[in-house]
Design a protein around this ligand. Structure first.
Ligand code: URA
Length: 258
């Protein structure tokens, strides 16, 4: 392994260990730390993409689902989140938006936070940016209810300001568990905020996008946020190039236009 690969692996392992801690894991068995041979298997398994098993159907009010995970994992995550008041947004939100779509989706899109329109309708991406996102999803050959949509934080920040550090700290462990329960093959992070939060980096989205990144056995493709595309139409070309990579990874083709 050359130095850049080794550094990338170390960064990936470091992020993985941080995320384990965020989801409540306080330590690893000593054997897996002191024996590189013993440690190799579980750690390799942790970063290797694994195919998601087929899963049956469960619906919940704010979720338009066509399927759900067999173990009820996501239901457990939703229950653990409960009527969350872990950060100050619990006092200002009118609805907590957990996520929407297929609970066994092969493809998940993660945005930053719900806005006013989303909160009113009770689903993420119900606004103009969401309409554009729906068009992108359809151009990829999916219906919106075949994929899953969620955000880094689940409650609308007042005046749609950027999410704050303490809000992310409380909410992110639930996002990670939610993604692990769904087990998608690809997670598309929309924009700077979602991409930097999941990848634990300060790299600009212009550098992160268009390249697959390992993330807990899933694969992340960062791309520009649809709200940014509404202001910078020229960047749609870049997003479409990124989505074509995702489609290739999933083995799907764009529907033929008639
Ligand atoms: N609506 C969402 O649900 N998320 C975003 O990132 C933007 C709008």
């Amino acid at each position: 392994m050359d130095l850049p690969d080794a550094l990338e692996l170390i960064a990936s392992l470091e992020g993985y260990l941080h995320d384990l801690r965020d989801t409540g894991v306080e330590g690893l068995p000593l054997g897996s730390v002191i024996s590189p041979h013993k440690a190799a298997a579980p750690l390799a398994a942790a970063v290797r993409p694994s195919p998601a098993p087929p899963k049956p159907v469960v619906l919940e009010p704010s979720v338009v689902s066509v399927a759900a995970d067999q173990g009820g994992g996501i239901k457990a995550v939703r229950e653990e989140l409960g009527d969350c008041r872990r950060c100050s947004l619990g006092a200002t939100r009118t609805k907590l938006l957990f996520g929407a779509g297929n609970l066994a989706a092969r493809l998940v899109f993660v945005g930053d936070a719900p806005g006013g329109e989303d909160e009113q309708q009770g689903i993420p991406f119900a606004d103009e940016a969401g309409e554009l996102l729906t068009k992108i999803i359809q151009a990829m050959g999916f219906r919106r209810d075949e994929i899953y949509l969620c955000n880094v934080i689940k409650c609308r920040p007042p005046h749609d300001r950027d999410p704050q550090h303490d809000e992310i700290r409380e909410c992110y462990p639930f996002l990670l568990k939610q993604l692990q329960a769904i087990g998608p093959e690809v997670v598309v992070t929309l924009g700077t905020f979602a991409s930097q939060t999941l990848l634990r980096t300060k790299e600009p989205i212009s550098k992160l996008r268009g390249v697959f990144h390992d993330y807990h056995g899933m694969t992340i493709m960062p791309t520009f946020h649809p709200a940014y595309l509404l202001r910078n139409g020229a960047m749609k070309r870049e997003v479409w190039a990124d989505m074509q990579k995702v489609m290739k990874r999933l083995g799907v083709e764009a529907p033929v236009k008639r």
